[in-house]
Design a protein around this ligand. Structure first.
Ligand code: ADP
Length: 164
């Protein structure tokens, strides 16, 4: 039986922490749909298309992972694609309160879609897209933190910004 899980996020850009969560979700669920939530409140560095391409590249060896995007409510997207679950990653306790709020709201909107949390691996506890962008901006080494194509994309992005 097909059991589809949605893994929502900004992925601006995807990091090894995200990839770890996606890989582990892909072992538990028959299909995983990674969805970029195009949240207008957030100022993103990469366009949605660039983010999709980077996720596709990073997950190309995971045959049951698809990538999409949405600018509506995450739970509406999950319903539309026929998901039975939402998977989120948990890092430090600071993630907990925010996730609890979102999960409670999603349960009000659709009580049939269950949210599951995967605890991050220790080495990724303090890893976020924001910190990676900050380090990359000043030329720091991010090779252990993101997939190779993301490292290249960040280098190019900041190089082209400097020229402007
Ligand atoms: P959002 O803006 O929805 O938090 P993110 O792209 O920051 O989007 O994160 C998407 C998902 O990946 C969230 O569930 C987040 O907790 C999880 N995540 C982000 N970084 C890590 C990490 N280093 N380890 C585990 N999970 C992570």
């Amino acid at each position: 039986m097909s059991r589809l899980a949605v893994v929502p996020g900004s992925f601006d850009p995807i990091t090894n922490g995200h990839l770890d969560i996606i890989t582990r979700a892909a072992k538990v669920f028959s299909d995983v749909n990674v969805v970029i939530m195009n949240n207008s409140a957030k100022n993103s560095l990469f366009t949605v298309d660039e983010r999709i391409a980077l996720i596709k590249e990073a997950t190309k060896d995971l045959p049951n992972v698809q990538v999409g995007s949405s600018d509506g409510l995450m739970i509406d997207y999950a319903e539309r694609v026929g998901a039975v679950a939402v998977v989120r990653g948990l890092r430090a306790v600071t993630d907990f309160e925010y996730e609890m709020q979102i999960t409670s709201m999603n349960r009000v909107l659709d009580e049939d879609i269950e949210t599951f949390f995967i605890m991050t691996k220790n080495q990724y506890s303090f890893l976020s897209s924001s910190i990676v962008k900050e380090v990359a901006k000043y030329g720091g080494d991010i090779s252990e933190l993101v997939p190779k194509p993301v490292e290249q994309a960040l280098t190019e992005k900041f190089a082209s910004r400097e020229k402007k």
